[in-house]
Design a protein around this ligand. Structure first.
Ligand code: ATP
Ligand code: MG
Length: 565
């Protein structure tokens, strides 16, 4: 193994598939970042050539279905050709120039994929947004990013128009729709007329390619800027060794188009490996529909958020057969061991957890072939030197709770974000000593596995103990009454703070006496985890506040608790 290189010159991984020694892979990970890199020409078009040479299985590059029965299957060649037309449309008909910023707000429709690749071809900086954004959110994004172009559909075009007059940077409005609207260019018309001979721009590796707004779990969303090589090359490890992808695989990643996770797993991660991206234009999360699709289509690899898995295991899983499914993944929030166990009981499959941020590629993960320790988010990826550090930037020994950090000195990893756009202070505030600090706390064990404790702001300090909400939430979910919960600090005159749990009950427990149920759950937590962590306060709620990316907004609950006091 040691004598082999991990990557070919054109970034396709040829390291052995069945490896058992991730440490050896780490030693081999020395990607050379070229002066010029563009994902469209260096990856998508390379796979198209392979296809023509008969060196790729007959697997589409994109396989899209709608709930109305429509279907699209594009090979890399078709994806290449169609995205060239869109690149011509953007640079010629729309007059956009290298470096211009494009806010793209579309649901999961095939054009979303074309526009992603086209922007790379044309050297434009893509800013994805979710269709759930309100008029105020869109205006904020347009103003903050100084986008020159907005692309959306007929549903959101009037919403954009209601605020766009306050936004002078916007010069081009492009609508992806069968209908027409005054003041908007018609994507469909321009697409028909656009030539397919666009020549991909020769972009520098470090040139900006995208700006993502973060989920806004802890405050207002930040603008995270990435370069062409960052996700474009950096996701090699996530694709090959975490998602275990090859050109024969079909990956379904359920995240919304507006988030970095969608760029990870709907574009970069699978296509670097030449895999097929499966997509469904699901307007909202429906557990039964997801299970139905997983059983009807030859999807081999499934990635979703822990919230989604929590909902999926509430369904009658025994009535489905997932014939092709081989590998399941979760990222975005900590995954409860109880949910992993339930999923495994019914599907026979483990859930491989990953950890990362909009700012990073996958930073930790349970990589294929590695022993899974439920509740842990696996080991550090080869892409970074990940450490647990203290408030002064010193590396902490195993078993100590500290902040997750990525080494940036002497060399900043190319697969880390460039900066927060127009916010040098915020960017500087994330560097401590030799490290970029993630704002998340964890413990690393003797074997190098990371155990998520909480976001730095979510730690509960009670009578001198530091308590991470995740452990308490995972203890609670082991009780059949609990579908999910959010654990936060609540003020207490004696202890300063105490643990409070907001709990969503399963149907059959809703009629139980709340006082008795509270005591039962408290006793349960005392039994399954250290007793001092049990929730002294419990409140039953219908649902938990979440971000559009479906992350629990503990800070909102915490704020209310403290304001109440
Ligand atoms: P904001 O930065 O605006 O508050 P956000 O941090 O939620 O929002 P993202 O970049 O979408 O925005 O999410 C990254 C965060 O998600 C991580 O910093 C971490 O807190 C959480 N996260 C991701 N994966 C995991 C995981 N496996 N276990 C625990 N937490 C995770
Ligand atoms: Mg964040």
């Amino acid at each position: 193994l040691a004598s082999r290189r991990l990557f070919s010159k054109d970034y396709r991984v040829f390291a052995p598939q069945n490896f058992s020694d991730y440490e050896a892979i780490k030693q081999l990970y020395r990607p050379e970042v070229p002066e010029y890199f563009n994902f469209a020409s260096d990856v998508v078009d390379k796979w198209s050539e392979k296809e023509k040479e008969g060196k790729r299985p007959l697997n589409p590059a994109l396989w899209w279905i709608s709930n109305k029965g429509d279907e699209v299957r594009w090979s890399f060649e078709e994806l290449g050709m169609l995205s060239k037309k869109v690149a011509s449309l953007l640079s010629e008909a729309c007059g956009l120039q290298r470096g211009d910023r494009v806010l793209l707000i579309l649901p999961r429709i095939p054009e979303w994929w074309l526009l992603n690749v086209a922007c790379m071809r044309a050297g434009l900086v893509l800013i994805p947004g979710t269709v759930q954004l309100t008029a105020k959110d869109i205006l904020h994004r347009l103003q903050a990013s100084k986008a020159r172009c907005i692309v959306t559909n007929e549903v959101l075009a009037p919403v954009v128009d209601s605020g766009v007059s306050q936004c002078h940077s916007v010069k081009v409005k492009l609508m992806v729709s069968e209908s027409k609207r005054e003041g908007w260019l018609s994507y469909k018309d321009l697409f028909r007329a656009a030539p397919a001979d666009h020549r991909c721009l020769k972009t520098k590796s470090e040139e900006p390619v995208s700006i993502f707004f973060t989920s806004g779990t802890t405050g207002s969303p930040k603008m995270v800027e990435h370069s062409h090589c960052s996700y474009g090359i950096g996701h090699i490890i996530s694709g090959r060794y975490w998602m275990d992808l090859t050109p024969s695989n079909i990956l379904w990643n359920t995240s919304d188009t507006g988030w970095a996770k969608s760029a990870w797993s709907n574009i970069f991660v699978p296509w670097i490996q030449g895999s097929c991206v499966f997509a469904h234009n699901m307007p909202r999360f429906e557990a039964a529909a997801i299970l139905d699709i997983l059983s009807r289509y030859p999807i081999t690899t499934f990635c979703s958020a822990p919230t989604a898995y929590r909902m999926l295991v509430q369904q009658d899983l025994s009535s489905y057969k997932f014939k092709s499914l081989k590998h399941c993944l979760s990222v975005g929030e900590p995954m409860n061991p109880e949910v992993m166990e339930q999923w495994k009981t019914h599907t026979g499959l483990d859930i491989y957890e990953g950890y990362g941020q909009t700012e990073t590629v996958l930073a930790c993960g349970t990589f294929k072939g590695m022993k899974i320790k439920p509740g842990s988010m696996g080991k550090a990826t080869a892409a970074y030197d990940v450490q647990i550090i203290d408030d002064n930037g010193n590396i902490l020994p195993p078993g100590t709770d500290g902040e997750i950090a990525i080494r940036v000195k002497p060399t900043r990893p190319f697969s880390l974000f460039t900066h927060y756009t127009d916010d040098p202070e915020k960017t500087a505030s994330t560097v401590r000593g030799d490290f970029y600090v993630t704002g998340d706390r964890a413990i690393q064990d003797e074997d190098g596995y990371f155990w998520f404790v909480s976001r730095a702001d979510d730690v509960i300090l009670s009578s001198g103990y530091r308590i991470g909400p995740f452990e308490v939430e995972s203890a609670l979910i082991e009780h059949p009454a609990v579908i999910e919960s959010a654990v936060v600090s609540s003020p207490d005159p004696i202890r300063g703070e105490v643990v409070k749990a907001f709990i969503v009950l399963s149907e059959s427990y809703k009629s139980h006496d709340p006082g008795e149920l509270t005591r039962e759950l408290q006793e349960h937590v005392k039994k399954v985890t250290a007793p001092y962590k049990y929730p002294r306060k419990v409140e039953f709620v219908e649902q938990l506040p979440k971000t559009i990316t479906s992350k629990i907004r503990r800070n909102e609950l915490r704020k209310k608790e403290w304001e109440k006091a």
